[in-house]
Design a protein around this ligand. Structure first.
Ligand code: AMP
Length: 191
């Protein structure tokens, strides 16, 4: 059976950290669209050049481009048993495209854990990450835009998945270790 996990949470909620931990504990690959775009930036591909114009401003890369990249990634052999999607989908159009894509693979989403963190804690964490990692899109203005984009484009997906009975809320303000434990438990139940 294939297990596709969609990890939801605002920027700074800890999706990337937790997706990596789940990758190690569950043996499913982490598919992070932000990382895939950053790899393309680094390698100066055409996709990377296009993505940069959006990423630098904190805006979303267009859906068609993002969906094509995810289709390509999920078609690779390491995803035959499923994957942990981190940072995708971020729009309703992407969520619908994902449903269709998984349908083609005779699969469906197993669970959508939502790492819940309050706005104040998110802003604090992102500012700290900017200092430590020096990510180009972690400055004050892009953080603000990314938060707005999250609220308007991505947060509505929580209701979309809740209606499908897939959403499970995880308290993201606990220790990293405890969040991993909670996540592992809910995902293992559906594997
Ligand atoms: P992240 O590392 O997930 O915070 O993503 C960094 C940036 O990559 C975002 O601010 C977007 O510009 C772009 N990006 C990542 N995932 C997506 C997506 N699913 N749809 C559109 N743009 C994305």
């Amino acid at each position: 059976m294939k297990t596709f996990v969609v990890l939801m949470g605002a920027p700074g909620a800890g999706k990337g950290t937790q997706a990596k931990k789940l990758e190690a504990s569950l043996g499913l690959p982490q598919v992070a669209t932000g990382d895939l775009f950053r790899a393309n930036l680094k390698n100066e591909t055409e996709l990377g050049k296009l993505a940069r114009t959006y990423m630098d401003k904190g805006e979303l890369v267009p859906d068609e481009v993002t969906v094509a990249m995810v289709r390509d990634r999920l078609s690779q052999p390491d995803c035959v048993h499923g994957a942990i999607l981190d940072g995708f989908p971020r729009t309703t159009a992407q969520a619908k495209a994902l449903d269709e894509l998984l349908n083609e693979f005779s699969a469906k989403i197993a669970i959508v854990p939502f790492i819940d963190v309050s706005q104040d804690v998110l802003v604090e964490r992102l500012a700290k990450r900017a200092e430590i990692e020096g990510r180009a899109d972690d400055n004050e203005e892009t953080i603000r835009v990314r938060m707005e984009v999250y609220q308007s484009e991505t947060a509505p997906l929580l209701a979309y998945y809740d209606e499908k009975g897939l959403l499970v809320k995880i308290n993201g303000e606990q220790s990293i270790h405890q969040v991993t434990e909670d996540l592992t438990e809910v995902v293992q139940e559906v594997m």
